[in-house]
Ligand binder design. Sequence first.
Ligand SMILES: Cc1cc2nc3c(=O)[nH]c(=O)nc-3n(C[C@H](O)[C@H](O)[C@H](O)COP(=O)(O)O)c2cc1C
Length: 252
Amino acid sequence: MSKITNIFFSPSETTKKVLNQMASNFSKDYEICDLLYFDGEKEFSSDDIVLVGMPVFAGRIPKTARARLSKLTGDNTKAIAVVNYGNAHVTDALLELVDLLDENGFDVIAAASTISHHSIFDGVAVGRPDDSDIGKINEFAQKCIEKIAAGDSLETEIPGNRPYVDYKTLPFIVSCDESKCVFCLECIGVCPEKAIPDDDPADVDLDLCTRCTSCINICPENARAFTGEAFEAKKPAFESANAERKEPEFYL
Ligand SMILES: Cc1cc2nc3c(=O)[nH]c(=O)nc-3n(C[C@H](O)[C@H](O)[C@H](O)COP(=O)(O)O)c2cc1C
């Protein structure tokens, strides 16, 4: 039986949830390659199957995740590509992910865009993925299993444009409430950009920080948050513009 590996970059852990749900349809013994922590090389064989999940950051896959994923290579390895977004826009992220996997020796047989709770604007897509999403994700996984067994290729065009939109770092401040911080240093360990100094978790280097949310998500004291005028000004308009429910899309 093929080895299943679940590869994801998931700062606020919803992409991980979607991918683990998908993988559980293939096998209960799937392996995990968590690109928030893993930054090494890995080769996959033609017998392997990989599920690859990325969040959408400003219409792209996160730059750091892209660099880490680029170190993983396939040998015509069957792959399923998933981007997970916060009910706003996918833009070029799914096309970028499929292109990157193709370039690195993977054979993408299916792709999807799924929706999860927005990791910055917490009033958008609250509670997602929900039961309806999970049902659709399971159905998609079953179709992927059938497709792999039949040896079929990806037949549907993936939306998006080349060249992809330019990278954009959001102008929001990630702050730490020092009265709540207990110096557990979890944020320092999880930050993929090494933007938080070892001796002072409150001092985020905003030039290195990509606003990925991993430090906010991991903080056991809820001491970390987006703050600042730009964030407060954007929040209400963004939340009302993206209030209408979007549905996952599947490409087979
Ligand atoms: C820096 C940043 C940029 C984002 N850009 C987008 C976007 O362009 N479109 C969108 O719908 N959601 C966007 N989101 C929301 C995430 O894609 C969404 O919340 C996703 O579920 C996060 O995945 P994670 O929980 O695995 O980190 C962005 C989130 C972050 C942190």
